[in-house]
Design a protein around this ligand. Structure first.
Ligand code: AMP
Ligand code: MG
Length: 486
């Protein structure tokens, strides 16, 4: 264990030099207050939970103090936003404070979001609001607890500084952790500005630090692309299996590590709806829930383009062709587990698709369905769930086929229940829950966001006394329009 002052910085990205990032100090917000901290994220830096009670904790993570060995930098990148190339992006309001090496030898980027103006702020104010900081905090830690790769969140601090969006709001900062903050858009920037030596330097840095196994390969850059593609396919399989809609899958929001990254107007599905568009500004539905699969593939193609100076086009195309089969296999595997099936059979894909079609038609609660299915013996569970479906004949046919599958696998009900409950969360971050704790936090009451964070960090456990967090959303909470402004 360490104290805050003992964190050991080793700033490898900063050492790459000024071509990749610009040195700049965070600009503090007024009257900082700690809103919420994640003990699990603190542990990644070997910090005991008690360190969050130190006044220094709030000062460090609101830009008032900085470690002598941190080297805050704004990173440059570009990317494709809604399909169009934007050459002018970069850390417009977040700073890479530095890289901490923990006692186990793992590196964690400390990134302070909302830290003020940078050379990449364009028309923005360099700030983040409390609402979006809380949303990113809750989702990062919850996704991790669900077993879905994600950047992590250490804490949120609020302030009395006013930040203007559609309305005046409270300025806030989020401290984000990830092994790397390099995005697909980093590679695109150096490719499209024709800085191929810098592109090679970036590749070598990322591979050396995060993909060392690719160095064993005869063509390390090709192996690197394949690994990024595999991780991305796995990530999207998890999003689709658990009903997570990212909302802004621009290539500058795609982590090179294949982790969920840069949260905006995301949503977890309440009612199953493959066509959900969670981003209020996404008029064409480019980033709808079901489009996440082809869009991930599109984004990987954009990354592949940036690698063409170093990898043969045919090799990149061959690798790109692996995306869909890799995704499909992982997704089906996750869905089988969610249904409590232990064996793979030929008709599985159709069995799952039929279920999703029925759920779509009847707007069935996605998370609730699977949890209930594991709660009781199959016959009893299906009889209860039947009430939620409009097409009763269709549901009965599906239920009969499903039961036949379950019966063929045999096994104890208790074991089945435990197995299913370990993959089907009881608690999910529903938009209406986030909305309630945000409204309380905006009034200065941080107890609700702390409680919700605690509930969501154990999503698979029964938590007596906290049943209300598992309830279906009220009508007002089902279709909250979340704007991109944050
Ligand atoms: P995002 O939509 O958050 O992924 O951000 C897209 C780009 O806009 C990135 O380059 C951000 O750094 C930048 N950006 C977003 N919000 C702000 C802001 N309030 N001030 C400055 N830059 C911002
Ligand atoms: Mg972004």
């Amino acid at each position: 264990m360490r104290t805050l002052t003992e964190l050991a910085f080793d700033n490898r990205f900063a050492r790459l030099g000024d071509v990749f990032s610009t040195a700049i100090e965070p600009q503090p917000l007024d009257d900082p207050q700690l809103v919420v901290a994640s003990p699990a994220a603190m542990a990644l830096l070997d910090l005991p939970p008690s360190e969050a009670d130190e006044p220094l904790f709030t000062q460090l993570f609101s830009g008032h103090k900085i470690w002598a060995t941190a080297e805050p930098r704004a990173m440059v990148y570009s990317g494709h936003q809604f399909g169009a190339y934007n050459p002018q992006l970069g850390d417009g309001r977040g700073l890479l404070l530095g890289e901490v090496r923990n006692e186990a030898g793992q590196y964690w980027d400390l990134h302070l979001k909302g830290a003020g103006l940078t050379p990449y702020s364009r028309m923005g104010d360099g700030r983040a609001v409390l609402r979006s900081s809380i949303r990113e905090f809750l989702a990062s830690e919850h996704l991790h607890a669900l077993g879905i790769p994600s950047s992590r969140a250490l804490c949120v601090t609020a302030s009395s500084t006013t930040v203007y969006r559609e309305r005046p709001e409270r300025g806030a900062m989020l401290l984000r952790l990830a092994p790397s903050h390099v995005r697909f858009g980093h590679f695109e920037f150096f490719y499209y500005t024709r800085q191929h030596e810098a592109l090679r330097q970036l590749l070598d840095h990322v591979i050396g630090a995060h993909f060392a196994e690719c160095l064993e390969h005869p063509e390390p850059y090709r192996a690197f692309f394949r690994e990024v593609l595999e991780r991305t396919a796995s990530l999207i399989a998890h999003w689709q299996a658990y009903g997570f809609c990212h909302g802004v899958m621009n290539t500058d929001n795609m982590s090179i590590l294949g982790i969920t990254f840069d949260f905006g107007p995301y949503a977890f599905l309440d009612d199953f709806d493959a066509r959900l568009i969670c981003n209020h500004s996404d008029d064409s539905g480019r980033y709808s829930f079901e489009n996440q699969v082809p869009i991930a593939h599109w984004n990987l193609a954009a990354l592949a383009q940036a690698l063409t100076p170093f990898v043969a086009v045919e090799a990149l195309q061959e690798t790109l062709a692996l995306f869909l089969p890799l995704y499909q296999a992982q997704w089906l595997d996750l869905m089988r587990r969610r249904l409590g099936l232990t064996r793979a059979e030929d008709g599985d894909q159709a069995l799952v698709q039929r279920l999703l079609g029925l759920m779509q038609e009847s707007a069935v609660d996605y998370t609730g369905f699977f949890r209930e299915l594991g709660e009781r013996a199959p016959g009893e569970a299906l009889a209860r769930l039947r009430e939620d479906f409009v097409d009763l004949a269709g549901f009965d046919r599906w239920a009969a086929d499903y039961q036949a599958r379950v019966a063929a696998e045999a096994g104890e009900q208790a074991a089945r229940r435990a197995r299913m409950h370990a993959v089907n969360p009881r608690y999910i971050l529903r938009n209406y829950l986030a909305q309630q704790v945000i409204e309380a936090a905006e009034r200065g009451d941080y107890a609700p966001v702390r409680e919700l964070h605690a509930v969501l960090s154990r999503p698979f456990d029964e938590q007596p006394g906290r049943e209300r967090y598992a309830e279906r959303p009220p009508e007002w909470g089902k279709h909250l329009a979340i704007s991109c402004s944050s």
